[in-house]
Design a protein around this ligand. Sequence first.
Ligand code: ZN
Ligand code: ZN
Ligand code: FE
Length: 759
Amino acid sequence: MVTKRIKVYGIVQGVGFRPTVARHAASLGIKGSVSNLGPYVEIYAQGEEPQVDKFTDLIRTMPPKRAAILKMDIKDKVVPAYDDFNIIESAKTTGEIFVSPDIAICDECLEELFDKNNRRYLHPFINCTCCGPRLTILDALPYDRERTSMKEFPMCPDCEKEYYDPATRRYDAQPVCCNKCGPEVFILDDEENRKGPEAITYVREVIANGGIAAIKGIGGFHLACNAYDNDAVKRLRELKHRPSKPFALMMRNEEEVLKNCYIEDYQRGILTGHQKPIILLKRREDSMLAEQVAPDNPMLGCMLPYAPVQSLIFDYDDDIKMPSCLVMTSGNLSGLPICRNDDDVRAEIRSYCDVVLTHNRKINIRADDSVMDFYEGKPYMIRRSRGYAPLPYMMTKQFKGSVIAYGGELKNTFCVAVNSLMYPSSYIGDLTDLKGKNALKESAERMLHLLEAKPSHAVCDLHPLYNSSAAAEESGLPLIRVQHHYAHILSCMAENDYTGEVIGISLDGTGYGTDGTIWGGEILKCSPDGFERAGHIRPFLHTGGDIASREGFRIAISMLIDIFGDDAESKCSDLGLIRQGTFKTYKVMHDNRINTSISTSCGRLFDAASAILGIRYEQSFEGEAATALEFKAMEYEGEKDLGYMDLTEGDVIATDRIIRYLTEEKLKGTDIRKLAYAFHYMLAKGVAQMAMAKSGSIKTAALSGGCYQNKLLTRLTEQELIENGFNVLLHSMVPPNDGGIALGQALYGMHKINNQEDI
Ligand code: ZN
Ligand code: ZN
Ligand code: FE
């Protein structure tokens, strides 16, 4: 007879872990106990040694569906004999804490939702032990009903019975409720006071008739309309001031997705899985969806319903015929944090919609939808949020202490590090105004409270004017500042659990450099100790200040002035680059450095190339011109090996030679698909060659920065490095864009405080 104490770390709370363990124990005749201790589940297992070993194997190999075990710690213990196996109530401890993300409605609950004989028939808040809201309703840990938004809804006797009965699917399910005792949906600020079934029917009616509805889901509000109705989608675009950025779609079921998109095998599991991110799928040529959904874009962002109320919008017990695909875009002002309560809606998006369907269960933490692309059959995250955050990354390197990293300015997320665990937050959004900054501060405070973390330092960007840096300063903690592109590379290293030396290729929009200029196309020799700027794209001029980021043609003009001198004017006009005013105006601004800045931004280089090729002269959202250039390049089917063009000039990558080549070839009438491809090819070769030239003894490269959302660029860079014997670290579940940098900042901060250097 032996007794072992097993500590299981990971996503083990709110996923039915304890009942599963109890079942395994019963099946093997193991005695002992299991309890939730906040950071982990603690099990005492008593029995014959082989049985106890089998039991630990079972826990490892057959945990509950939604659990994720990061670590099991097993020790022999001497304790008195147990009579049976017991589940012990939650106790509070401190230490490492895991918070479960929200989990999409499971198949069993979905079936019950539409079963007329079930007592939760059409209940908009149906959930069970293995599905439902988690992070978004949490107040504090451990995860128990009285520490969630569900504390305001006492269970009815029937629900209570299920909650306490280990044999049911709702045993220990904190948000369990039913039509009798659960929260309620209602129409916001409605004269007729519609709620429950009446409210749902009314919203369906509005959408079916071409209207726009705001709908409160799990992590915030969405704006929804019929995705087959071009006028409805166009109206939503006008109201949201969003002329062309693709809208996310929610489809009734997988069949509907197949009608509009191609699904690869490696995508299917994620489309239908329990996290339900928006995934980017190739649009079918015969899709009948409104053109306005994603103008000029071969991809569609699709997801399936994940909150029961969303399923009810598609199917309900009334006579309304609903479309099978809805636009489902975040309910927010462009780029800003998603609305999470009725007051947000009244202040920000009420005028964008015809009706608001809300409910009385509080959202404590925002969780925007995650957005996932794929690279070589593997997830390639664009936005990591609902369903994933705040799952931690566990570093093999042992750290002690805690820091909070405040991230960047656009696509903001933050990251809390406690010892060797890094918890990247859900998506906050752009911090261009006070609301963004306040949302960041408020979410950060909540996460620190949840994780019971007491950070000793705040980590932030070097940029003196970032709102994220201001939030860090306002925390009152001593600051550790990290250069933006270095943080990108650190983020890629952290995701890969790599803390050695790398040669980093950080291709990005813009970020503040250590010399006070704007960087964005950087070759950085990095380790967690620090970095050296080993190379960069040839600096170029932005004319027009901030608008240059929207108007790529301005950058193209100033590049052509530098490259072609007196010939620039005719080249610019032949390429149609002079969109406003006259060439002379641009020339005067350029020559006298009026309203100009200098940068090495790879993002702006893409914008300029897109303009020179006549693909996009300007853009209404970040990345539009670059994405269009990538799509054009992917259409190219000719010779893929375009020869080697050496761009290395000391520590400068002579990207101006690519621009000269594109200009001359475009004016000769060369196929722009080939030129778009050539741009990617030469840029990838150029940065890889520079990286290799500067790598010294380092044989590992890391690719990060917003431009590496571009998969063609990623593939071409990776190939070049691999062919030359390099090991290449890429992102997968953490975005290469600014949504990922908080993780890199956190790694730097933890490394620094653990080395007790002068901070
Ligand atoms: Zn369920
Ligand atoms: Zn009930
Ligand atoms: Fe960046």
